[in-house]
Ligand binder design. Structure first.
Ligand SMILES: [Mg+2]
Length: 227
């Protein structure tokens, strides 16, 4: 049984390196390569790979968006994100799109081969450094409070109306859904600039530094639905 693999990455040299490592395995076959997320759907349609290896930063459609589109069209697709980013923002988004694996480009060849094997068999593989960062972030949040108070999440969605306006609560939910400023603007029929203002007010009121922290705190407190 051969594991068919598609590699999508905008750097040709990197693609070649990955291909060489994978082709070295007798049971692997790299059946196609693409240099942008926009190639993902037609390559999968054409070659029906067992595993897709996907870069994040690419010129037209990034790997996270491409993965989202791919899983929507072919829910059985197994995608390994291969990225330089180890912060949990990227990882969370990647996993929310339905990726089965997340590897860092700093990995060694064995980890790449292992990840493809595990994911091809229906498992998931996350680079240990990434897992470590995720756990660290959750640990940090577990010991933190918002504005001096802690809000233990009891499983029920409660809007933080003591803290945020109704509109800000809507924006927070859309942030948790992984939407960009533009996406939030489109969903609420407001301009991107207005969205930016809402987001900065939310961060300030929640006393957090960035959108990811806001989302994690919101999830932890049950202020947003994880959907
Ligand atoms: Mg790239």
């Amino acid at each position: 049984m051969t594991t068919k693999i598609v590699i999508i990455d905008d750097h040709q040299l990197f693609r070649e390196g990955v291909k060489r490592i994978l082709d070295f395995e007798k049971t692997f076959e790299v059946v196609a390569e693409g240099d942008d997320g926009k190639d993902a759907i037609h390559l999968v349609e054409q070659y029906q790979p067992d595993v897709v290896i996907m870069d994040i930063n690419m010129p037209h459609i990034n790997g996270i968006e491409a993965t989202r589109q791919l899983i929507e069209k072919f829910p059985e697709s197994r995608v390994i994100i291969l990225s330089i980013h180890d912060d949990e923002n990227y990882v969370t988004h990647a996993l929310k799109t339905g990726a089965s694996g997340y590897l860092l480009k700093e990995m060694d060849a064995d980890a790449l081969v292992e990840a493809v094997k595990v994911v091809a068999e229906g498992g998931s593989y996350i680079h240990p450094k990434v897992t470590h960062n995720l756990v660290k972030e959750y640990r940090r949040l577990a010991t933190e409070t918002v504005n001096g108070e802690s809000y233990p999440f009891n499983g029920e969605i409660r809007r933080p109306l003591h803290l945020l306006t109704r509109r800000e609560c809507e924006v927070l939910q859309l942030l948790a859904d992984g939407k960009s400023n533009r996406g939030i603007g489109e969903a609420l029929f407001i301009s991107e600039k207005t969205v930016k203002n809402h987001v900065s007010n939310i961060l300030q009121k929640m006393n957090v530094n960035d959108r990811t922290q806001a989302v994690v705190v919101a999830i932890k407190n049950g202020w947003v639905e994880v959907r």
